[in-house]
Ligand binder design. Structure first.
Ligand code: SAM
Ligand code: FES
Length: 368
């Protein structure tokens, strides 16, 4: 089994049965530790011991969708809905900038109030005020034209978890009105436009099998995203999945390690969900190959309203507290929390032509 990990670390893809053997045999003595050691080494080649921080601004919890797992689904009538104004969002960025953040992630439910015109105004205002910062959007599915307008307004990165790489599993977790092929189409469109793209999935979501996890690895290999956000599924009490079991720390870490070897340059967050299921979840995530953390910059007054799952951590902490807490946590495990924008290694605008190079082979030629 260690040989399989060595092959992955050497940049070779494994066959389905080889991934199956690794995932199902992950409790073999020393195997996970060996994977994490190789994953850390792969990450260090590009990012040394740096961990990037992203300031998360949860600016709306209105959502037109009804994903079965999500606490802000539209059928959850107990959720107290809120939206931040442009000025409130800018105030979050101002506070974040002073704390050293150079990436702002605007995340929200799919809220039609934030039309292209309103969203473009927000993105342009942030871009104008903080031209040295990266703006990441996580607004769900929109049209090609909308993604294009937001890109032109200054957004450079987009997070859109595909949630599962298996179409039947996607249908199991979503209402019939939502489609896997549409979600995947959005990811490819975002890439084509020139965004640094983040996909991702929940580990241990209801109905997920080993085969689904193998599908994830092939999906990532085909998409070649710049970021991959994975975290454990955690039930929310007001959803149809209230009584389902949460994903485990151990399987989430193992998948993080495999993904690091598969896409050595990817930016991989140690997510808040990982910190929620285990007090040292984020540290353990970094020790398994992650290199990003996303402290919350949302105003404390709305934090406990953006509840995707139960018992979410840090809902009462000020941004400054979270930042310093994470800095200490990273220092304790020998890593540095850094202020840099933290772009994906090998992904940059071609300054000669102004063209963004997204083709992986061309990137190898230009940037290696
Ligand atoms: N609306 C945007 C979208 O659809 O991409 C962004 C917001 S959405 C709430 C952010 C992510 O939260 C989802 O992609 C999903 O993976 C995650 N999430 C939702 N419910 C969750 C749960 N119960 N446990 C863990 N993660 C969850
Ligand atoms: Fe929020 Fe530690 S990250 S208190």
């Amino acid at each position: 089994m260690r040989r399989l990990i060595d092959r992955l670390a050497a940049g070779r893809m494994l066959a389905r049965q080889e991934f199956r053997a690794l995932i199902e045999g992950r409790e073999a003595p020393g195997l996970a530790d060996y994977l994490f050691e190789r994953a850390r080494a792969a990450c260090e080649r590009f990012y040394a011991k740096d961990v990037y921080m992203r300031g998360l601004i949860e600016f709306t919890n209105y959502c037109r969708n009804d994903c079965l797992y999500c606490g802000i689904r539209r059928s959850n009538l107990q959720a107290e809905r809120y939206r931040l104004s442009k000025d409130q969002i800018l105030a979050c960025c101002c506070q974040g900038y002073a704390l050293g953040f150079r990436t702002f992630v605007l995340q929200g439910g799919e809220d039609p109030y934030f039309s292209d015109a309103r969203m473009t105004e927000v993105v342009s205002a942030i871009h104008g005020a903080y031209p040295d910062c990266a703006i990441t959007l996580s607004l769900g599915e929109r049209s090609y034209a909308s993604y294009q307008r937001l890109f032109e307004a200054g957004a450079e990165r987009y997070l859109l978890r595909h949630e599962t790489a298996n179409e039947a599993h996607y249908q199991h977790m979503h209402p019939a009105s939502m489609s896997w092929s549409q979600r995947v189409r959005c990811l490819y469109e975002l890439k084509e436009i020139g965004y640094q793209v983040g996909c991702g999935f929940m580990v241990g979501s209801p109905g997920q099998s080993t085969e689904c996890l193998i599908d994830e690895l092939y999906f990532i290999k085909a998409l070649r995203p710049q970021m991959v956000g994975i975290g454990p599924f955690i039930p929310h009490k007001a959803t149809p999945y209230a009584a389902q079991k949460a994903g485990t720390l151990e399987l989430t870490l193992f998948m993080l390690g495999l993904i690091r070897l598969l896409e050595a340059r990817a930016l991989l967050p140690a997510t808040t969900a990982l910190g929620t299921i285990h007090p040292q979840g984020r540290e353990r995530g970094v020790m398994a190959g992650a290199n990003v953390v996303m402290p919350n910059l949302s105003p404390v007054g709305v934090r406990d309203k953006y509840l995707l799952y139960d018992n979410k951590i840090c809902t009462g902490d000020e941004a400054a507290e979270c930042r310093h807490c994470l800095q200490n946590r990273m220092r304790n495990i020998g890593y540095n929390l850094v202020s840099a924008r933290g772009d994906c290694a090998g992904f940059a605008a071609n300054t000669l032509t102004g063209r963004v190079i997204t083709d992986p082979e061309e990137q190898e030629e230009v940037y290696v």
